[in-house]
Write a protein that binds this ligand. Structure first.
Ligand code: FAD
Length: 317
């Protein structure tokens, strides 16, 4: 079932989770270990992230180096199939532009259609760790809007090659990313919203936001989206902060602010358990306010401490 149908048919805010594929070589049991307990909350859907290959240098026996591409977390499509099979839950695979030729994307979408996946979250993807700027694949897309276009074309029965006839239409519900604190590359919020609106005009049906720790930023973003003629559901992305290191790591990786009040309280915590408790309470308070304002879905990033996410959801339902 499509995410947009889940939302339109619900009479109260829904729950969803996001997981990362395991590191290459690890079994899928690590995913089941995270999700088995969380399934108690009957999530409407589970997102599975996609990770582009990174270039690494491997030393040869003669001392010189080979540049090789390694995808550290492969398996997104297969994991979606496994989740749908095990939990009868809708899976939302992320698809990214980075590192993919359009034809590879088309083939992935054909696989997803055969597997009965109804949703995709269409993203540009970040640049690999060793590159400063995003560089598209020579035969790939530069912006998420181009990926949305490609999926919409397939939904209308248009494939890359004109000579593919009667291939049938796909019927994907397309989600896209939004940034309550602005995407870090955008010159200003208005421009970012302008491009977000283009993704909606291209066929995206909903937005999932970057994590935020101050609900006021989300509420202002929803208002700004409306002013920018964006009227699709905006799903808040939520993550617990459970240790002091995250106070600097999360802003530097995700370009988000951490409220001073929260940061200074955490800095005063004397033990790891106290930090975790504070982060749990903060997220519970965020969720309660979001629920009271009737957001469509509470979407939880589970990376790191899924047990904390479990405790938060248990407390709010
Ligand atoms: P875009 O919408 O393409 O925007 C990128 C930048 O370009 C923005 O600054 C925007 O304002 C600007 N822009 C957009 N369109 C145009 C245009 N036509 N002309 C000029 N400028 C334009 N990354 C992964 O690698 N894998 C994942 O699974 C993943 N999941 C994510 C899930 C969520 C909910 C979120 C919020 C992010 C996720 N990311 C993921 C990170 C995301 O890929 C990065 O934030 C990336 O830098 C931007 O992706 P985007 O889809 O928002 O890009």
């Amino acid at each position: 079932m499509k995410v947009t149908d889940h939302i339109s048919q619900a009479d109260k805010p829904l729950i969803s989770f996001e997981i990362l594929p395991p590191m290459k070589g690890k079994g899928i049991d690590s995913i089941f270990k995270i999700l088995d307990p969380l399934m108690e909350f009957k999530p409407a859907f589970v997102n599975v992230t996609y990770h582009r290959a990174e270039q690494i240098f491997k030393k040869r026996t003669d001392g010189s180096f080979d540049r090789v591409e390694i995808r550290k977390r492969p398996g997104t499509v297969g994991i979606c199939a496994a989740l749908m099979n095990r939990y009868r839950v809708d899976a939302v695979p992320h698809l990214i532009c980075g590192g993919f030729a359009k034809e590879e994307t088309e083939n992935a979408l054909i696989d997803l259609r055969y597997l009965g996946v109804d949703n995709v979250l269409a993203l540009r993807g970040d640049s690999p760790a060793n590159e400063k700027f995003f560089t598209p694949h020579p035969q790939g897309h530069r912006y998420a809007v181009d990926l949305v276009d490609q999926i919409t074309n397939m939904n209308n029965g248009r494939y890359l090659e004109d000579d593919i006839v009667d291939a049938g239409k796909t019927d994907f519900c397309i989600g896209v990313a939004g940034y309550p604190e602005k995407h870090f590359e955008a010159a200003n919020m208005n421009l970012d919203l302008h491009y977000l609106q283009q993704k909606i005009a291209a066929g995206a049906g909903y937005i999932t936001t970057q994590m935020f720790f101050d609900n006021a930023k989300y509420f202002a973003y929803v208002d700004n989206c409306k002013s920018a003629n964006i009227h699709v559901p905006i799903i808040p992305g939520l993550k617990p902060i459970t240790n002091k290191r995250q106070l600097s790591i999360l802003p530097s990786i995700f370009h988000v602010d951490i409220p001073n009040e929260f940061a200074s309280e955490m800095l005063q915590c004397k033990t790891d358990a106290a930090c975790e408790q504070l982060g749990t309470e903060w997220l519970i308070a965020q969720c309660r306010e979001l629920l009271a304002r009737k957001v469509p879905v509470l979407h939880f990033y589970t990376l790191g401490k899924p047990q904390v996410v479990y405790n938060v959801v248990k407390a709010i339902l």
